[in-house]
Design a protein around this ligand. Structure first.
Ligand code: AMP
Length: 371
């Protein structure tokens, strides 16, 4: 079977842009489908600007490419099924079905042998007491679908707070899960090729502010046993989903063990450091996987970090004046809470990385404007 030369990408945000940029040296042409006229990815390939349910535009898009992938996982299911009838979609529907609903996702993780905290589904008033009995009074209530960056969530600290929290979330179908008093948040980014081979990146340590990723450090400051367990869990998830492409498994480290939080079935913000920080970036490996090419080495020769720029960007010269730093602008107009760029950093030692990182974080804190 010959490798795909043209790849269609659903979504044209910054993830699409970085996928498209990584495809150029591989000789792969990208076509982006995104309803936004100013989609950041439009600089990296042809842009089809049409609504998600426009069958004629979807058909023209599918027919112009060899294979379809996505950088945005909330494409309507009916549109995805329609596209899958025309061209292969990688990763497949299983990866989306098992990760777009937080209950199904946790059940899948448990069945794949990845530890998860106690959880319960809430759909009616009658479920509230049972959920409290299963999970306890300290938990996090989240909508089952369409939540991201901490949106659609309420922390519950006492039994009496659960019912009001559910009302606050519009009494939508929810998951109530135990609060994990974590020491660190980590994620493992990994890619699976069409032939089933895998590439797993070093474990990443993440710091969130107001539910949005602020910075990542790789490799994470954890015991070797935890890093090895994370790699095993990533492989189980890739295999269990039959995934083709890159994904991220987000986890908590609590009491010296890992507890899985969620799966992103696509390239992920906590893998942005791999541009320049790893021998092959998460974006290039994703493109290689979906095009049917062999994967590249996911190893990282140095210590690496990434800092997000949210709602503002400093002068590029200020970023580049820091040794080992690189700038990655998305071409988006800044607004509070909007991810507009990130800065990557490499250094030969952990100490040097942390010293340079202080300067990078200070720059970000000066310009970041959260919603
Ligand atoms: P999520 O949308 O599930 O990624 O959650 C956003 C952030 O909320 C996470 O990165 C954590 O910082 C926090 N969080 C989510 N679920 C839990 C939990 N069960 N226990 C503790 N913190 C949580």
């Amino acid at each position: 079977m010959s490798a795909a030369r043209t790849v269609g990408i659903l979504g044209g945000g910054q993830l699409g842009r970085m996928l498209g940029l990584s495809a150029i040296p591989l000789g792969i042409e990208c076509v982006f489908y995104d309803p936004a006229p100013d989609a950041p990815a439009r600089v990296a390939g042809r842009h089809i600007c049409a609504p998600w349910d426009d069958r004629a535009a979807l058909a023209a898009f599918a027919e112009s490419v060899d294979v379809i992938t996505f950088e945005f996982e909330n494409v309507p299911t009916a549109s995805l099924a329609f596209l899958a009838g025309i061209r292969p979609v990688r990763p497949g529907v299983r990866s989306l079905e098992l990760t777009c609903d937080r209950i199904r996702e946790k059940e899948f993780l448990r069945s794949a042998g990845v530890p998860v905290q106690p959880f319960a589904a809430i759909a009616t008033d009658a479920d509230l007491d049972l959920a409290l009995a299963t999970v306890g009074p300290h938990g996090v209530l989240k909508t089952r679908t369409l939540g991201y960056d901490g949106k659609g969530q309420r922390v519950v600290r006492a039994a009496a707070e659960l019912a009001p929290a559910w009302t606050d979330l519009g009494r939508r179908p929810c998951i109530y899960e135990a609060f994990v008093p974590f020491d660190r948040e980590v994620s493992v980014v990994a890619t699976r090729a069409l032939d089933g081979s895998t590439a797993v990146y070093p474990l990443v340590e993440n710091l969130h502010t107001h539910g949005i990723l602020f910075r990542s450090i790789a490799p994470a400051r954890v015991d070797d046993a935890i890093a090895a367990a994370a790699t095993r869990h990533a492989r189980s998830v890739l295999e269990g989903l039959g995934h083709v492409g890159t994904l991220a498994l987000e986890m908590f480290v609590a009491d010296g063990t890992l507890v899985a939080n969620e799966i992103a079935p696509r390239v992920h913000n906590s893998g942005h450091w791999t541009i320049g920080g790893a021998r092959t970036s998460q974006f290039e490996n994703h493109m290689r996987a979906v095009a049917g090419l062999p994967l590249g080495d996911a190893g990282a020769p140095e210590h690496a970090a990434m800092v997000n720029l949210i709602g503002g960007v400093p002068d590029t010269a200020e970023i580049l004046a820091i040794p080992g730093a690189s700038a990655h602008l998305y071409g988006k107009s800044p607004r509070p809470g909007r991810k507009v760029a990130h800065m990557n950093l490499v250094a030969p030692s952990r100490e040097e990385l942390l010293a340079r990182l202080e300067r990078l974080e200070a720059l970000a804190r000066r310009v970041n404007r959260l919603a």
